[in-house]
Design a binder for this molecule. Structure first.
Ligand SMILES: [Zn+2]
Length: 268
């Protein structure tokens, strides 16, 4: 489990110098200006070391097409991780991923609100990071497995045996953000569907997303699918990839995927 409790932050690259500098910026309640980088390209988001969890900016400041890709070919190869092969044997994966898969992995149940629960696995040093990047509001650790293969087998077994999904769609997560999250009910629902009883470690993840104690999101937000022009706004919350902004007295939700690699950010 992660030993350090972090506040919501994003990693940002200062690309205006010869060597790009990556900084970690706490963003909640900050007044920021977001503006789209114009053109049909976006910047590579760099590399990520799956074992040490260190990330580095792209050394070549590579531009990539506006596709689903986030990395240039060099950074993708250097990262050496393909989540689609998480449960597969060594013939399918890089050396680094083989080492990663041999390390302990957690199996968890994650709660997103209103009895919406998924089962998943997480590298032992990245449990909180994995849960919060998905926007889980509470979680229960089912088991710490000796490696990724054991965790994957248990995850799939829980899917089949209990009918718990291993995927929650983004649209469902956004719908759930409009309702108040009831921590007490969530904890009961998580405990009720864990039939292993090995671990009953419950995690409340709300403090990772909000600065206020209410842990509430204004439910009248509207969704932005793209950042069309420059806006000055205040960050109210970030739940998983959903960034909730206050802009001109209204609340907007935009996915960080829509901003990554193609947005200039100025923090006031
Ligand atoms: Zn790159």
């Amino acid at each position: 489990m992660d030993s350090v409790r972090r506040v919501v932050h994003t990693l940002m690259d200062n690309v205006n110098q010869s060597n790009t500098i990556r900084i970690c910026v706490p963003i909640l309640s900050k007044q920021i200006v977001l503006s789209p980088i114009l053109g049909a390209k976006k910047l590579c988001i760099g590399t990520y070391d799956i074992l040490t969890q260190e990330s580095c900016p792209c050394p070549g400041k590579a531009l990539i097409g506006l596709s689903n890709k986030s990395n240039c070919d060099n950074c993708y190869k250097k990262t050496g991780f393909n989540p689609a092969f998480c449960g597969k044997g060594p013939n399918y994966i890089s050396k680094k991923q083989e080492q990663y898969n041999a390390m302990p992995h957690y199996v968890y149940l994650a709660h997103f609100g209103q009895n919406t629960i998924k089962v998943g696995t997480a590298y032992h040093k990245r449990l909180i990071g994995r849960l919060t990047e998905q926007g889980a509001r509470a979680a229960l650790i089912v088991k710490k497995c000796k490696n990724a293969y054991e965790a994957y087998t248990l995850e799939q077994d829980i899917c089949k045996r209990s009918g718990i999904t291993d995927r929650i769609y983004t649209s469902r997560k956004i719908t759930l953000l409009r309702s108040k999250f009831d921590s007490e009910s969530a904890q009961k629902e998580l405990l009720a569907c864990n039939d292993l009883k090995d671990h009953n470690d419950l995690l409340d993840l709300n403090t990772y997303y909000f600065l206020t104690k209410e842990h509430a999101i204004p439910n009248n937000f509207t969704e932005m699918t793209t950042l069309g022009s420059e806006i000055e706004c205040k960050i109210k919350a970030m739940v998983g990839k959903a960034l909730i902004l206050e802009y001109n007295g209204n609340y907007k939700l935009i996915s960080v995927d829509k901003l990554m690699g193609k947005t200039n950010v100025i923090i006031k």
